[in-house]
Design a protein. Structure first.
Ligand code: SF4
Length: 192
């Protein structure tokens, strides 16, 4: 393939569709998409503390730009701030019960996409996923993407390069098939 315009046009269309689904779902519950994504992020962290700096890194926006969204979520009772016991001047945020309940209600926001993916040949999906990982890694390498919590940038990943690469996650203590490599992993520990 030597004409990437069509491929990029495809990415653009998918990005637009995902944004549209996020807009629809967030507006239905009185939020904006970034607020909804903050809630998703907190959920993915499970019991880990979410510091505002972590959020600002993840979303690639400054702390002041995030603070309106955080304050609004706190006002709506969907997240709460808690002072860190070890470093008193720092607070972390977490979902409230109300926030967890809301996310449960919204858990099918991406169902239309998953339904379509279910119709496509699984091998084709695995290959596409591998391509996506490679593409994202290249974008990271040249600095066009930042702070992806993907396996390729994680201290826990070991790669055996004899022939077909074999992947092992030292955190999960498990081998990873190439289609199990993660793009956004809450256990990610960035390589120095
Ligand atoms: S901790 Fe997560 S990101 Fe790191 S290697 Fe394991 S699965 Fe990949």
């Amino acid at each position: 393939m030597d004409n990437y315009e069509q491929l990029i046009a495809g990415f653009e269309r998918i990005g637009t569709l995902i944004r549209k689904l996020l807009w629809e779902n967030s507006f239905n519950v009185g939020l904006n998409p970034i607020q909804l994504q903050i809630l998703f992020f907190c959920k993915q962290q499970n019991k880990r503390k979410v510091y505002p700096t972590k959020l600002s890194e993840f979303f690639g926006v400054s702390l002041p730009s995030l603070s309106d969204s955080l304050n609004s979520l706190i006002k709506k009772g969907l997240i709460k701030k808690t002072k860190d016991k070890s470093v008193k001047r720092i607070s972390y945020i977490s979902l409230t019960r109300k926030g967890q309940k809301l996310l449960k209600e919204l858990s099918n926001w991406d169902a239309p996409l998953k339904n379509v993916l279910n119709k496509i040949d699984n091998e084709e999906i695995k290959n596409s996923y591998h391509f996506l990982l490679t593409f994202l890694r290249e974008l990271l390498d040249i600095g066009m993407m930042q702070h992806l919590r993907m396996c390729f940038t994680c201290q826990y990943l070991s790669i055996n390069q004899n022939g077909e690469p074999e992947y092992f996650c030292n955190f999960l203590e498990s081998t990873l098939k190439k289609e199990q490599l993660r793009i956004d992993c809450p256990d990610h520990l960035r390589k120095e």
